[in-house]
Ligand binder design. Structure first.
Ligand code: HEM
Ligand SMILES: *[C@@H]1O[C@H](CO)[C@@H](O)[C@H](O)[C@H]1NC(C)=O
Ligand SMILES: *[C@@H]1O[C@H](CO)[C@@H](O)[C@H](O)[C@H]1NC(C)=O
Ligand SMILES: *[C@@H]1O[C@H](CO)[C@@H](O)[C@H](O)[C@H]1NC(C)=O
Length: 338
């Protein structure tokens, strides 16, 4: 049974033990800042209306999306990882992924930060997944952003050329082990997030099917759109306004190239090598630090009446940001066998 849903990645046998997240104190923080908007608990795709008719994986993903289970987890690395080419590895779904993640982790690591390939991988996962909304019976995290040349060439994906090329090379190297491009892209995003200093470790699921239909235009957010427009755009992907505020915090490690080419490489906060909350503080603050480039869309979210409370609550409180259920933070509509 195939399913479309917004989500992350699985290797349930790799990931376990979930240390998370709605701590009493964090909830108190949320209340103190009186956030009106709440995390979405919407299901989608084949998960909808099937509470009693899912595999263990489908049940667990439903639990994550509805806030009953954590989306982050501890590292449960292999003590002795079997060789990639061994029959033992072939018999274990997670083994090949441990090899792939290790390869990606090397490409994403620099001495005190994560690399530009890591930044790209986070955005690639987002752009593959988010080219979808609830009206579309196809698309999302289907690998099409790399598999479909026309989608890859779209202006909003211009900055993703280097990570697209790298992902193609990884696919060529690992595809004979039976992986999908869609899973490779989402595993890349999750690996990149935890590689950036301070980034959360997101439980990762695999099993998406590849597809390469060209998504309609206009499904990805513009850096010049106002908060109302982007809130509506994300609402149609099952994200609430506060989910959008939490998600866009990925700009804590981002750099722009094409919004203003004259300032190519300008970051969106003054600590773009670290996964922290400075992006929220500096975007909302009275003056932008020198060198920081604020997107109009982010400034609008920081100031809009619907999102400014959430924005302020995340500013200066990593705990509060992390407490807003991460499941949808690195999201992808995916195809999983449930
Ligand atoms: C309102 C929503 C959003 C808008 C308007 C937006 C827009 C942009 C723009 C214009 C860039 C710079 C591209 C360039 O010129 O190089 C960028 C970079 C980036 N975005 Fe977003 N974004 C949004 C949400 C997100 C979300 C939800 C994520 C991830 C979950 C994300 C992750 C990133 C990352 C990691 C980069 C840096 C890429 C790099 O440094 O190579 N963004 N975004
Ligand atoms: C479970 O769901 C599938 C797909 O919707 C359906 O074909 C099947 O009949 C369902 N089984 C039960 C026992 O409800
Ligand atoms: C989803 O996107 C399509 C194509 O752009 C659009 O026609 C439709 O109105 C959107 N659905 C929602 C709920 O926004
Ligand atoms: C913030 O929003 C208020 C109205 O809610 C508006 O008057 C003000 O100009 C906005 N500020 C910025 C910097 O956009």
């Amino acid at each position: 049974m195939m399913l479309s849903l917004p989500f992350v990645f699985l290797c349930t046998t790799c990931a376990s033990a979930y240390a998370h997240a709605f701590t009493g104190q964090a909830l108190a923080d949320l209340k103190r800042h009186s956030i009106l908007s709440t995390p979405s608990s919407k299901l989608l795709g084949d998960l909808v209306g099937r509470p009693d008719n899912l595999t263990a994986v489908g049940t667990e993903i439903s639990a994550i999306l509805t806030g009953k289970s954590a989306a982050t987890g501890d590292d449960t690395a292999y003590t002795a990882l079997p060789d990639l080419d061994s029959p033992t590895c072939a018999a274990d779904t997670c083994c090949k992924w441990a090899h792939i993640v290790s390869t990606m982790h090397s490409a994403f690591t620099s001495p005190s930060s994560c690399t530009s390939l890591a930044r790209g991988a986070i955005r690639l996962g987002f752009h593959d997944a988010a080219a979808w909304n609830v009206s579309l019976p196809y698309g999302g995290a289907d690998g099409s952003i790399v598999l479909n040349a026309e989608e890859n060439d779209r202006p909003e994906n211009r900055a993703l050329k280097p990570i697209s090329a790298q992902t193609r090379a990884w696919f060529a190297r690992f595809r004979s082990f039976g992986i999908s491009m869609a899973d490779l892209i989402q595993m890349g995003a999750a690996t990149a997030v935890v590689t950036c200093p301070g980034g959360p470790r997101i439980r990762s699921f695999v099993g998406r099917e590849d597809g390469n239909p060209l998504p309609p235009e206009g499904l990805l957010p513009s850096a010049f759109a106002d908060a109302e427009t982007n809130i509506a755009l994300f609402e149609a992907k099952t994200f609430s306004a506060s989910d959008l505020v939490a998600l866009v915090g990925a700009h804590t490690v981002s750099q722009q190239v094409f919004v203003d080419p004259a300032r190519a490489g300008a970051p969106q906060d003054s600590s773009d090598s670290v996964w922290d909350t400075k992006f929220y503080e500096e975007t909302a603050g009275p003056s932008t630090p020198p060198g920081v480039f604020t997107f109009p869309s982010d400034a609008s979210l920081a100031n809009s009446s619907e999102t400014s409370g959430t924005w302020r609550a995340f500013a200066g409180s990593l705990r509060t940001w992390n407490a807003v259920r991460p499941p949808r933070e690195i999201t992808s509509v995916c195809l999983l066998d449930v």
